[in-house]
Design a protein around this ligand. Structure first.
Ligand code: ATP
Ligand code: MG
Length: 572
């Protein structure tokens, strides 16, 4: 491709509303343009990246035995009513009516449609297993679309759905997809990790997420270097401390802590360790009030907590409810002296092993120190794992300790089991002529999100740094004075033709701009390899090469340029 015939439109500054680097760089590099909140046009340069991602997905999915189809974006509302998700999906589901006042949705996902296809066409175990996938546009009316294409409302997803005669066979395909996703993200050139995941609202049992590692990621991941344990922090278990609770050494004292409402401040004010504090978090389930006790420096895990009996679902108590149940304002609440008939107490495993701790006194401006279970308040009736793990916690598999990284979820695989097959009556006749529901798996990759995540993982102050596999072009030729110098023009054109003949994806930047502008644009766009052609080098029979991550350019003999580039491309 020649720049003059293509469309390159870069910006010096990113628009103010772009919060994170990838969003800023995608706008600056002209990969995307915003049309409305969470809705973007993929400009020609961005689309080249997207297509390369798609091609890798398609090759690997086909190789894994899945079969591509393409389902409609607009789906009849009746199917969603039948599956029960018309009500359950909530406002993320974009609903519309046609001219006959019939309900439709713009598909956020395609379980209903694919299950409808299979229930009509597949009747016998002999036709199973099946795995259909598509690369298709989804619409989710996200409550907070943000970070550009990372959490868009309209986005491209690779979604696959498999159907099986037995759970064993579903597990085989699930493993096949786990391996396929591992190959896909390896080929994309991204640093990633697969983690065990919460199944969220889609339901089912087994589930893994694939995350691109990046400090700006929305998810925290816990993993153990001494084993293959890896889980989303949402799910990662915090084991109970192995050391038994120490004996009470202090007597309980009420101390004044004026204006100190946060555990950290209370600890500082009293000159006591932060890890000796216990915070109480007030939550409600219908009209039932519960105090959750956590060590001051720990944070609540809402997913694990929401699975406890009597807390599914829970919400945080209002100030008025806290006043009503504890007679005290937020900041000084605690578990001592509460009425067990009205207030249920759930202690985190770590808290249950604490002695001589500090907590709110249920009196504004006061805390208690030297507090002990069994003496100053009853033993907690419920002890549960309700906190997020922290770095250094023991790994739940008993091997070594946990480390934490942040990640961007780019893929998700689920064992749906028979959830949709039952809801939509998708059954088959087994070998004995018995009717059975099909076992289902579903497998998603956020195609558009991958582009943002790749930039988030790798960029510098000059712009994007794309892995070669998905860069908009692999090599760029930057001629110094293409318009002015016949020698440069001839050499650049010849090299351009040669690289094309060698099947190298090359951009010849033949725009009539200052070299500084060309260099800056090629770096901003993130092209991994750059060849500069200038009169001086040509006279000496040399070319200049610089990799996008290199700090300096290299010179080499002009006649070896193709071999040199090929070697670099293989190494990349
Ligand atoms: P999230 O927790 O990020 O909302 P999800 O659990 O809703 O994701 P899935 O329904 O499993 O996502 O969708 C499969 C993949 O589609 C996700 O792994 C993610 O990469 C991508 N994806 C989901 N929502 C969006 C979005 N709003 N914008 C871009 N990509 C998305
Ligand atoms: Mg979501």
């Amino acid at each position: 491709m020649r720049s003059s015939q293509f469309f390159i439109s870069t910006l010096k500054e990113a628009p103010n509303d772009a919060e994170i680097v990838s969003h800023q760089l995608m706008l600056r590099a002209g990969l995307i343009k915003r049309l409305a909140g969470g809705i973007y046009t993929w400009m020609p340069l961005g689309l080249r990246i997207l297509r390369k991602v798609e091609n890798i997905l398609r090759e690997e999915m086909n190789h894994a035995g899945a079969v591509e189809l393409l389902m409609p974006a607009v789906q009849p509302g009746e199917l969603w009513q039948e599956s029960g998700r018309w009500e359950k999906y909530g406002p993320e589901l974009l609903r519309l009516k046609d001219r006959h006042q019939r309900d439709f949705v713009v598909g956020p996902t395609h379980e209903e449609v694919i299950t409808d296809i299979v229930r009509r066409d597949v009747k016998s175990y002999r036709q199973l297993p099946l795995h259909f996938y598509q690369i298709q546009t989804k619409f989710r009316d996200e409550i907070r679309p943000r970070f550009g294409v990372m959490r868009g409302r309209e986005f491209l997803m690779k979604d696959g759905y498999s159907f099986h005669a037995s759970f064993d066979d579903l597990q085989r395909e699930y493993r096949n997809m786990f391996d396929t996703y591992t190959r896909i993200f390896t080929r994309l050139g991204l640093e990633f990790r697969a983690v065990a995941a919460d199944t969220g609202s889609i339901g089912g049992t087994g589930s893994h997420e694939f995350h691109v590692l990046a400090d700006s990621g929305e998810d925290a991941l816990a993993y153990c270097s001494d084993s293959d344990y890896a889980a989303n922090v949402e799910l990662a278990e915090a084991l109970a401390p192995t050391k038994p609770r120490g004996a009470a050494g202090e007597s309980m004292r009420k101390v004044a802590t004026p204006n100190q409402t946060r555990c950290e401040d209370v600890a500082n004010y009293l000159g006591l360790p932060f890890e000796k504090t216990v915070k109480a978090i007030a939550v409600m389930h219908d009209e039932a009030f519960t105090l959750l006790l956590l060590r001051g420096d720990h944070t609540l895990n809402e997913i694990k907590t929401g699975k406890l009996p009597g807390l599914d679902p829970f919400r945080f108590a209002t100030d008025a409810e806290i006043e009503r149940f504890l007679g005290c304002q937020l900041g000084y609440i605690g578990p001592v002296g509460v009425d067990p008939a009205k207030v249920r107490i759930i202690a985190d495993r770590t808290v249950a092993a604490m002695s001589d701790f500090i907590c709110g006194a249920n009196e504004a401006g006061f805390h208690l120190t030297g507090v002990n279970f069994g003496r100053d308040l009853p033993e907690p009736s419920i002890v549960a794992d309700i906190r997020n793990v922290v770095a250094g916690d023991p790994s739940p598999d008993g091997k070594g300790v946990l480390e934490l990284r942040r990640g961007i979820e780019v893929g998700h695989i689920f064992q749906l089991r028979t959830k949709y097959a039952e809801a939509l009556n998708c059954s088959f006749l087994d070998e004995n002529g018995q009717s059975q529901f099909m076992e289902m798996g579903c497998y998603g990759i956020g195609v558009t999100r991958i582009v943002g995540a790749a930039i988030e993982q790798c960029h510098d102050e000059r712009g994007c740094i794309f892995p070669a596999a998905i860069a908009p072009f692999t090599v760029c030729i930057v001629p110094m004075g293409y318009a002015k110098s016949e020698t440069v023009r001839t050499a650049a054109d010849a090299l351009y033709t040669d690289l094309q003949a060698a099947d190298i994806d090359v951009l010849l930047d033949d725009r009539n701009e200052r070299p500084g502008v060309l260099f800056a644009d090629m770096e901003l766009i993130g092209i991994p390899h750059r060849i500069v052609i200038g009169e001086r080098g040509l006279k000496e029979g040399l070319f200049e090469y610089q990799g996008r991550r290199d700090t300096e350019a290299k010179m080499g003999p002009a006649r070896e340029i193709i071999a040199f580039l090929k070697a670099r491309l293989c190494a990349a």
